[in-house]
Design a protein around this ligand. Structure first.
Ligand code: NAG
Ligand code: NAG
Ligand code: NAG
Ligand code: NAG
Ligand code: NAG
Length: 948
């Protein structure tokens, strides 16, 4: 018997292997890569990367669609095997300094690739022409490697490209433009970023490269060997915000029409051989940072138009043949921080008495002919340098501080901790800003064109730190805190800043954590405050993974068999019995998989990796039946347009709300799948999250987290017995706004909710708002960057009139609905009540000369009118701006978030504190209420009318 069983089992085992979830070609490609790389994650074992959820690998159906292995210390070459992964969407291998050798031509086979990030590795050789075959590519970052050779002209074929970063390599040759049938970079009319700095590019900047059809915002060509003159076509690209042409060999006159670029904030023309008159930039009124140093301009007086550019923080005009006096009105520019006018012929009096902004830090006029300074002493906080000027030849003045070169002022704003840093015992551990020892993830930002020059002002870094934390939090990354240190300007005028990111709850990050943080920083999900401008981040390899425990749980089945066959027969039999049971289970699973149209799509519980694709569980009908007591009446907690909603309790004790579609509202398989994919991408504490789904026996069910305190509508109407005072209402508005801002601005693709209303805002145990019901939500695909044309859906009263008329949906339609919601929060009226439209009612009643804008009559008495409603007027102002007729006039949700945060601060409450649970009596939600929060009673305006 034994031999026969043995053979049978082996056959079964083999067939199990063959039936692994991963497509065989993808598995073999990954295995070859694994064999050539060192330091692959220890869980890369076995033969089923998709089924076993290898670290850094994501699959859809059985195909590998994403590889994100940022900063995990990979070494070796990227071999041609990568070309077999033909369904790959995302490849991020950034910050693996040991990845070397050329980029294989087979990269061109990845026809579905939309994101290719190899920043901060050690790739060499030329960029293959085949890169031009990646027609889906949106994001291309090859910067900070050692690529050489020319920029392939085939890149011009990447018509969807948004981001092109080739900076900091050794690329040479010209910038290719199209001619005849040959493609070129001038064809990239969707690209916003040309980052080519720090290479060896030669030739002129082709005039054909630029046209008014382009969408460019950043043109960074600094530190190359470009020659010839600046093409006047650059002045046609009016979208530009940052232009760096410095450190080249450009000659000739600066074209006059650069003056048209009135969105440019940072302009660097320094260190070239430009000639002719100093350009007139008087219309560039967004300019913050201007550097024209070291050029061969004609001798001229100090340009007076400079004193009219109110946004200027920094003027660098060293060695530009300036003569005459520096106009004193220059120093009345309120934002001015730094003026460097070294090595010119400036004479007469330097009069800084008009300086009043308090922001001025440094005036460097070394080597000019200044003979007098007014006032006689430097204003405090300002460093003036007049070394090698007439005034310092005077023996009396020679001792003055301004006649000495100041010690370099190592400004190092340290962000204060609230605690005593502790000394850590383990080597390499660091005390975090919260004074806990841990192994931080480290790296350095280079900001390529910040708008400021005063590195001593810690406020900038505080804002940056907060926006980093927000970004990590929005992606649910396990980050405790970040610290920023050592801001310096390097010789390329980049602002370098060190970053340390500390893990929460553990001493170290795991690979998923590191790769996710790396991806957030390498693919620009993180957007720094606008003062910081374009950046690159270079991560250090992370060496502190807790591997011992990781590898033990993922031992290869093959190894077990191999190890055991040599042992005792009894053991063999035991193991085989185990394998047999395992086969049977897999067979059963497979049988389920076969009846499931999605295959084994996304059924893994832990689907770690890219943050936005988190666990979505596939429930069996039986499981849900069991946890709802066979869908008993007792568990029926509501009915909506979609069907019934049941409360269930999972074996873990977690309570869930199950939306069970009734026959009429069932969708096609594809739509259902698309909806789940969409829902499982969004994770934010102000959004009701999808726990799983069931698609079996002709059932379509969506399983959500259960949000116990019901809908905002019930709370406002008093139905659920919750009293919402002014602060709580502000917090609810903030929560809903944050959820929406996430959908619009951080979700990928961005999502428009389409049905924001008080029924769809749920309140949790602590009365935090959670936006629910994405039944009508729409992802914004790339092809639809601005709007989606679609059948009008939504709920009467909340519906954006502009959308209603044009049928063009933008995220501003949600902003409108949110405005209505804000009015509902203060009035507790339904949007349309007894034939009156709340928006009109409030708009007509507002009298700004009166307290509470004269709205006493309309304000909900439950809000606590006795107390002062701090910030009430601002809240109304914000609501009204959300309700502007024209979408573009309405704020973005992130701006609304900021405004509500400031209102909360004004009202004396910390916008970031969790809402406290009220001790006031809560009544449980009335069961079976027809307006249950999980019900979807939206309707299609084109076919029905309001039920409200
Ligand atoms: C971009 O270029 C393509 C082809 O060159 C052209 O069809 C398209 O209309 C252009 N788009 C814009 C916005 O100019
Ligand atoms: C672009 O700039 C060139 C040169 O300045 C000018 O002749 C041309 O008319 C401009 N084209 C457009 C479309 O503005
Ligand atoms: C400063 O230089 C200008 C131009 O060289 C000259 O005309 C003027 O007289 C000088 N002024 C003083 C105060 O030396
Ligand atoms: C520091 O920077 C912040 C942020 O831009 C600015 O608001 C503030 O006025 C600056 N402070 C000083 C003293 O320059
Ligand atoms: C990695 O860490 C995250 C957050 O700490 C955790 O949720 C996840 O399960 C971990 N992944 C693995 C493979 O251990």
């Amino acid at each position: 018997m034994t031999l026969w069983t043995f053979q049978c089992l082996l056959t079964r085992f083999a067939s199990h292997t063959a039936a692994a979830e991963t497509a065989p070609n993808d598995f073999s490609a990954l295995s070859s890569l694994k064999d050539t790389w060192k330091n692959t994650p220890p869980d890369w074992e076995g033969s089923d990367p998709c089924g076993d959820g290898w670290d850094g690998i994501k699959c859809t159906k059985s195909r590998v669609t994403s590889i994100t292995l940022s900063g995990v210390g990979l070494t070796g070459q990227l071999t041609g095997d990568i070309g077999s992964l033909t369904e790959l969407n995302i490849l991020d291998l950034s910050y693996n300094k040991g990845l070397t050798g050329p980029l294989p031509a087979s990269i061109g086979s990845l026809k579905m690739l939309n994101t290719l990030i190899l920043v901060g590795c050690d790739f060499t050789g030329s960029i293959p022409d085949e890169i031009g075959n990646l027609r889906q590519l949106v994001y291309l970052s090859l910067n900070s490697n050692r690529f050489s050779g020319p920029i392939p002209r085939s890149i011009g074929n990447l018509s969807k490209l948004y981001w092109l970063d080739l900076a900091d390599n050794q690329l040479d040759g010209i910038i290719p433009v199209s001619s005849g049938t040959n493609p070129g970079l001038d064809m990239l009319n969707h690209t916003k970023h040309f980052h080519f700095g720090k290479n060896k590019l030669t030739g002129n900047i082709p005039p054909e490269l630029f046209s008014s059809d382009m969408a460019l915002i950043h043109v960074l060509f600094e530190s190359n060997q470009l020659s010839g003159s600046i093409p006047s076509t650059l002045g046609n690209v009016t979208t530009l915000e940052v232009v760096r042409l410095d450190n080249n060999s450009l000659t000739g006159r600066v074209p006059e029409n650069l003056n048209n670029l009135n969105h440019v904030r940072e302009l660097f023309l320094s260190n070239n051989k430009l000639s002719g008159p100093l350009p007139d930039l008087s219309k560039m009124n967004s300019l913050n940072y201007l550097d024209m140093s070291n050029n061969g301009f004609e001798q001229s007086d100090f340009p007076l138009w400079l004193t009219t550019l109110q946004s200027l923080t920094t003027i660098m005009m060293e060695n530009t043949q300036l003569q005459g006096e520096v106009p004193s009105s220059l120093f009345s520019l309120a934002n001015l921080q730094t003026v460097v006018l070294k090595n010119n012929e400036l004479n007469g009096t330097l009069d800084v008495r008009t300086s009043k902004g308090g922001k001025l830090r440094r005036i460097d006029l070394q080597n000019n002919h200044i003979s007098e300074l007014k006032p006689q002493d430097e204003p405090s906080g300002v460093t003036i340098i007049l070394v090698k000027n007439l005034i310092c030849e005077d023996t009396e003045a020679a001792d003055a501080a301004y006649c000495k070169i100041p010690q370099p002022n190592v400004s190092n704003p340290i962000l204060q901790n609230n605690c005593q840093p502790i000394s850590c015992n383990k080597p390499d551990q660091v005390s975090s800003p919260n004074c806990v020892c841990a192994y931080p993830y480290t790296g350095a930002f280079s900001f390529r064109a910040p708008s400021f020059s005063d590195l001593g002002n810690g406020t900038y870094f505080l804002i940056l730190r907060d926006s980093l934390m927000k970004s990590f939090a929005a992606q649910l990354l396990p980050v405790d805190s970040v610290s920023l240190s050592n801001p310096t300007r390097d010789s390329y005028h980049y602002l370098i800043l060190n970053l340390s990111v500390f893990p929460s709850s553990q001493e170290q990050f795991n690979r998923t954590g590191i790769s996710s943080i790396g991806f957030l920083l390498s693919n620009q999900t993180f957007k720094p405050p606008k003062e910081f401008g374009p950046f690159v981040f270079k991560g250090d390899p992370y060496r502190y993974f807790e591997d011992n425990s990781e590898s033990s749980k993922s031992l290869n089945m093959g190894i077990i068999i191999g190890a055991v066959v040599g042992g005792s027969v009894l053991l063999v039999l035991l193991v085989l019995a185990g394998v047999y049971a395992f086969c049977q289970k897999r067979r059963a699973d497979r049988a389920i998989g076969q009846s499931n149209p999605f295959g084994r799509w996304d059924t893994k519980e832990s689907n770690s990796g890219i943050p936005q694709l988190k666990a979505t569980k596939k429930f069996s009908f039986q499981e849900l039946q069991k946890c709802t007591k066979n869908f008993s009446r007792e568990n029926d907690i509501g009915t909506g347009g979609y069907g019934k909603v049941y409360l269930g309790t999972l074996p873990s004790g977690q309570r869930i709300a199950i939306k069970r579609a009734q026959k009429e509202s069932k969708q096609g398989q594809l739509e259902f799948k698309a909806e789940i994919e969409l829902l499982s991408r969004v994770h934010h504490k102000n959004l009701v999250s999808l726990v799983g789904f069931c698609f079996e026996r002709e059932e379509q069910m969506l399983v959500y987290e259960y949000v116990p305190k019901g809908s905002l509508k019930d709370a406002i109407s008093g139905k659920s017995g919750i009293r919402l005072d002014w602060i709580r209402r502000l917090k609810v508005a903030l929560g809903a706004a944050r959820g929406l801002a996430y959908l619009h601005e951080l979700a990928d693709p961005p999502i428009i909710h389409r049905d924001i209303k008080s029924n769809n805002i749920l309140l949790d145990e602590r009365l935090n708002a959670k936006v629910s019901d994405f039944g009508l939500s729409k992802p914004m695909l790339d092809s639809e960057k601005d709007h989606i044309t679609t059948q009008v859906k939504g709920t009467m009263g909340y519906l954006d009139p502009e959308y209603y008329m044009s049928q063009q949906l933008t995220e501003k339609s949600d902003v409108y609905s949110f405005g209505v919601l804000m009015l509902e929060l203060i009035t507790a009226r339904k949007p349309i009540e007894r034939g009156k439209y709340i928006v009109k009612l409030v708009r007509n009643a507002i009298d700004k000369s009166k307290e509470l804008y004269g709205l006493h009559e309309l304000v909900d008495s439950a809000i606590g009118l006795g107390s002062t409603l701090m910030g009430f007027e601002k809240f109304v102002d914000l609501a009204m701006s959300c309700l502007q007729e024209a979408g573009p006039d309405r704020p973005k949700m992130s701006d609304a978030v900021k405004e509500i945060e400031s209102i909360l601060l004004l009202a004396g409450s910390n916008p970031n504190a969790e809402s406290a649970s009220t001790s006031a009596s809560f009544e449980e939600l009335s069961k079976g209420s027809s307006h249950h929060p999980y019900g979807n009673d939206s309707f299609d305006c084109s076919t029905s009318t309001s039920k409200n």
